[in-house]
Design a protein around this ligand. Structure first.
Ligand SMILES: [Zn+2]
Length: 453
């Protein structure tokens, strides 16, 4: 039986059918002999990390892929903060924030350019002008992550239950910062866990947080509008960088480490602060994938390094965001060529890695990203394959969204993926057995021996 697992996540792989591909998906239209071989010798199915039809961002989908419940998800803001090396306390709220070109229109703020081109020194000057704010006992600080992107960390008696301001599409108005209704309404009932007082204070806290954040964002707008740097940019015909837009507030909560829950020493090889933060949050190690700009060579390099890493790890997550990025370019043909390059890279390790009798290989995606239309991500399921000794072999001979549907895994959802991986590693705990006080899903657990005295 396999005793180690390689999980390959091809970000945003799932797609829709496109006329330019004779109404096939980019994956369906791709020539992928190596992925197909894995599919032919393995078990196939369709996976969705949440609920069918739900369009998931990568971090939420990965949280489920790694075997965690949505209720334990801290929000993207805190994950990016962790990934950027910020030590957040349990009380602080972190919010994604980035510099954008804004203008006043009809008495409101509108987005002119969501992600303007800004030089490094210019960003540094903008940050210096607006990186601190304090009001009503709430402190706001801006922490840079990369380029115009950063995180706002709010300290004091704050709440993460507030709306976004970033509309993500040029030309749209920013949304106001408001306290979320649903969370407080849910707690306000007579059966609410916090009772009415708790509901009121939660609501008051969320409203105060929203008011302070709104005041800060208006302060940023007024300050940057007059900033000499923007006079220069206007003169050069560039959009002035006049504000910050925010998204996805959250707060850390205690979470059971990955190794404790699954008995696997985990490593995530994935680019970007959010993946680094997610790994840090779950107690997995993290390393950056190679990025020289040559996708096929980089992915082949990372795959070739995997066997050497299994000395220290039992579970390796290897992620590439290339299919997702190609889909965001709204170019089905580009996505097809990206998929074919990744498949070629996989061919390099066919003998050294994929035929290892002790290795379980799982290939899937975190979500679908349509190469046409307006949606950012979409809610169709993605193909999933398991390959390794003992894994059932079905009749599927191609790795794509359509063939996978007739595979023996059927529809796999959310946390089931990691449970299945644990199962194929012969580690799944027989339900009902309790050798540890906390919920460890593997067996035998890391239990405390019974002392004689
Ligand atoms: Zn993704």
């Amino acid at each position: 039986m396999p005793d180690k697992c390689l999980l390959i996540v091809l970000d945003g792989l799932g797609d829709r059918s496109h006329e330019v591909l004779d109404w096939r998906t980019p994956l369906q239209a791709s020539y992928t002999p190596h992925l197909d071989r894995l599919a032919r010798n393995g078990a196939n199915g369709l996976y969705h990390a949440g609920t069918l039809g739900e369009a998931l961002p990568s971090e939420t989908a990965h949280f489920a892929i790694f075997g965690y419940d949505r209720k334990e998800f801290p929000g993207r803001g805190p994950l990016e903060a962790l990934g950027a090396g910020v030590d957040l306390s349990r009380d602080e709220v972190a919010i994604l924030a980035h510099f954008a070109a804004l203008e006043e229109r009809d008495g409101c703020l509108a987005l002119v350019r969501d992600v303007p081109q800004v030089e490094e020194e210019e960003v540094a000057a903008l940050i210096r002008a607006v990186d601190m704010w304090e009001q009503d006992g709430i402190r706001v600080r801006y922490v840079p992550v990369k380029g115009v992107f950063g995180v706002l960390v709010l300290s004091g008696d704050v709440s993460p239950d507030i709306t976004d301001t970033g509309p993500m599409r040029d030309g749209r108005f920013l949304s106001d910062v408001l306290p979320l209704v649903s969370k407080h309404a849910r707690r306000a009932g007579p059966d609410g866990p916090d009772g009415t007082d708790g509901a009121e204070s939660d609501e008051v806290r969320a409203r105060r947080t929203a008011n302070v954040l709104r005041a800060y964002l208006l302060h940023v707008w007024r300050t940057l509008r007059e900033h000499p740097l923007n006079a220069r940019r206007r003169g050069a015909g560039l959009p002035p960088v006049t504000g910050l837009v925010t998204q996805r507030a959250g707060r850390l909560c205690p979470v059971q480490p990955f190794s404790r829950r699954f008995g696997l020493r985990g490593l995530s090889i994935a680019s970007g602060a959010v993946f680094r933060g997610l790994a840090r949050y779950l107690g997995m190690d993290w390393q950056a994938p190679r990025d020289t700009g040559n996708l096929q060579a980089d992915f082949a390099h990372d795959l070739a390094a995997v066997p050497g890493l299994f000395d220290r790890y039992d579970f390796i997550h290897l992620h590439t965001k290339a299919p997702d990025e190609a889909a965001h370019a709204k170019d089905p043909l580009l996505k097809k060529s990206v998929i074919e390059a990744l498949d070629q890279a996989l061919g390099n390790v066919e003998d050294s890695l994929l035929k290892d009798p002790d290795l379980l290989v799982v290939v899937t995606a975190d979500h679908s990203t349509p190469s046409s239309g307006n949606m950012i991500h979409s809610g169709e399921p993605v193909p999933l394959l398991f390959h390794g000794n003992g894994v059932r072999r079905d009749m599927v001979d191609r790795f794509d969204e359509i063939h996978a549907a007739s595979g023996c895994l059927g529809g796999v959802r959310g946390r089931e993926l990691l449970r299945l991986a644990l199962n194929h590693l012969d580690m799944a705990r027989l339900e009902g057995i309790r050798d540890t006080p906390d919920e460890c899903l593997y067996w035998p657990g890391d239990y405390q021996p019974l002392p004689v005295r």
